[in-house]
Design a protein around this ligand. Structure first.
Ligand code: NIG
Ligand code: FE
Length: 402
């Protein structure tokens, strides 16, 4: 939209160009029709780009940040359960006694679509203020067709162009709804026979996710859902190996899923299968932190097998009421020992991969001009501070949105 040229800018491109962070220092960049048209030395800017020029005086820019795993839309909150957990109750115990995800399901069923939009919009403001230009939002607190559609429709309403792209994901297999308490297969059948075809018909999402866990769904149950979802042309994602090893990541790989997420209990065998399938590992340090987990995902093995690692907030009322993707960059380094460069790749290049988006996540000719201008003196500073906000300006599709 707003065609322009920046000069004297330090680009943290996140391209794999042999430089740490794909850094390109003191270059010029041309933005044309929502996209990055050209990058190079100022004296070589092609004549036909006769747009307004602005020197950034050496500011650093990154790609717009991408939060590739959130549950931002929900009714109510789970502050009471937070207090119970601090007194010793575990996340699993709370879930088994009918709280946890199901308590949010009750609140979400009771909320109107307008309520859901309003409460999520407030949370979204925090992410946007930190340079998030693309955010994934899952359904999964409805667990009946109407409420799942209400959540997905709310996600659509939050997709406010050009400020932010909201990528909705269908998470019908998040928990067993109370009305199917004694009929697990009945709920799987409902997802397979009614929900998936309806969501495909209405074109509400590109991707289908599930929670493969002893408090979620088993490998064979998820396999039924994946089989049908794949037939209908959906991309796949899976909450896997968060609390125990269910071979979920291997299942995700078997079905060519875009990502397997959480992964604290991931094994090397599954990592090898993820590598072969091109499945991205999504790390969620907020959930690890808030559940006071002690078992880290096997970062060394993911590195050894060169599996791309994304980092996301998992923003949700139960296990990660995070309002900051920026904080997750810091936590990925301090808690999981990612390098600052890996953590930044996790919220840019690899987050795009986890969402199957190839038009963003790097500063590169031909990519969307989703950019953040920062008040920092080194790229690693983005992982260094926690708290505060170093954003100077945010651009979505080339247009300044903050
Ligand atoms: O990613 N693990 C399953 N789902 C969410 C938590 C949802 C909740 O507790 O409300 C997660 O951590
Ligand atoms: Fe999640």
């Amino acid at each position: 939209m707003a065609d322009k040229i920046w000069t004297n800018v330090n680009l943290i491109t996140m391209q794999d160009n042999g430089h740490a962070y794909g850094l390109m220092e003191n270059v010029s960049m041309v933005i044309e029709h929502d996209y990055i048209a050209w990058i190079g030395p100022e004296e070589e800017i092609p004549n036909h780009y006769d747009y307004e020029m602005e020197s950034t005086d050496g500011d650093y820019m990154t790609p717009g940040l991408i939060d590739c795993h959130t549950h931002l839309i929900y009714g109510g909150n789970r502050i009471d359960e937070f207090e119970l957990r601090l007194k010793g109750a575990s996340y699993e115990e709370i879930a088994k006694s009918g709280g946890g995800i199901l308590s949010t399901v009750n609140a979400t069923r009771a909320a109107t679509e307008g309520d859901l939009i309003e409460s999520a919009k407030k949370r979204l403001t925090h992410f946007k203020s930190e340079g998030v230009t693309t955010i994934e939002i899952k359904s999964g607190y409805g667990l009946d067709l109407d409420t799942e559609l209400k959540m997905l429709s709310a996600a659509r309403a939050l997709n406010i162009s050009p400020a932010i792209d909201v990528i909705p994901t269908f998470l019908g297999a998040h928990a067993l709804p109370p009305e199917f308490k004694d009929n697990r297969q009945g709920y799987i059948d409902l997802i397979v026979e009614e929900m998936l075809p309806k969501i495909a018909e209405l074109n509400m999402t590109k991707a289908v996710d599930g929670f493969c866990e002893n408090i979620g769904f088993t490998y064979p149950e998820m396999e039924q859902i994946f089989t049908r979802a794949k037939e209908l042309g959906f991309d796949l994602k899976l909450h896997a190996e968060q609390l125990s090893d269910q071979q979920g990541a291997a299942l995700a790989a078997k079905y060519g899923a875009l990502s397997a997420d959480h992964l604290e209990h991931l094994t090397e065998e599954s990592i090898i299968q993820m590598k072969e399938a091109g499945t991205t590992a999504v790390l969620l340090p907020g959930a690890f932190y808030f559940l006071r987990d002690t078992k880290c995902p096997p970062i060394d093995l993911l590195r050894k097998h060169d599996v791309p690692m994304a980092v996301a907030s998992d923003s949700n009322p139960g296990s990660s009421p995070a309002l900051s993707l920026k904080l997750m960059i810091n936590m990925a380094t301090t808690l999981f020992k990612l390098t600052p460069e890996e953590a930044l790749a996790g919220v840019t290049r690899n987050a795009a991969k986890a969402l199957g988006l190839n038009d963003r996540g790097m500063i590169k000719e031909g990519m969307l001009a989703d950019l953040v201008r920062w008040d920092i003196s080194h790229p690693a500073e983005l992982a260094y501070h926690f708290g505060g906000n170093q954003v100077k300006a945010v651009y979505k599709n080339g247009e300044q949105v903050l």
